[in-house]
Design a binder for this molecule. Structure first.
Ligand code: SF4
Ligand code: SF4
Ligand SMILES: [Zn+2]
Length: 156
């Protein structure tokens, strides 16, 4: 996983495990897979394609992380968090609380271990459970690119 701390978004999302980021860094369209590309929330300084942020504090860069906000955790963040807990094996709120307590370097280290591909050592995507380095064949046959399979070892 790319351990660049800039890849951790203000909402607690780790862009380094996002399908948009992994699709972009692996130039997956060249392999015939239609996925949108994103370079990460902070690097591109725009609203996230998945999280659809409409928060002025974030878009205007008033907070570095949501836990600095007086309304934390706001309803929007709680809604996203619920969806990510249910579908994507992660939680923005858990991430933020870990970052607040232990710092960004400890967080990226923990994330690297959590999302490491057991087969090649690179990165598993949180949106579908697939490694974009050794699992491209599975991506090609996957029907729902933004969902995990019932069985994490079976992509379709
Ligand atoms: S789509 Fe959102 S979560 Fe994914 S890399 Fe872009 S900003 Fe980060
Ligand atoms: S209102 Fe606060 S907690 Fe909610 S998204 Fe904006 S900065 Fe984050
Ligand atoms: Zn792999």
């Amino acid at each position: 996983m790319d351990k660049n701390p800039d890849l951790v978004a203000p909402c607690g999302m780790n862009c380094g495990i996002c399908s948009g980021y992994l699709a972009s860094t692996h130039d997956i369209k060249k392999q015939g897979i239609r996925m949108s590309y994103c370079r990460g929330c902070r690097p591109r300084n725009k609203q996230c394609a998945f999280l659809k942020k409409q928060c002025r504090l974030l878009t205007e860069g008033k907070v570095n992380f949501c836990f600095e906000c007086p309304d934390y955790p706001c309803d929007r963040l709680k809604t996203i968090d619920k969806r990510y807990r249910e579908r994507y094996h992660m939680s923005m709120l858990e991430n933020l609380s870990f970052i607040k307590e232990h710092g960004i370097d400890a967080f990226t280290k923990k994330e690297e271990e959590k999302w490491q591909c057991p087969d090649c050592g690179r990165t598993i995507c949180c949106h579908n459970g697939i490694c974009f380095d050794c699992g491209v064949d599975r991506l090609k046959i996957k029907k729902e690119l933004y969902r995990w399979g019932e069985n994490p070892n079976k992509a379709v």
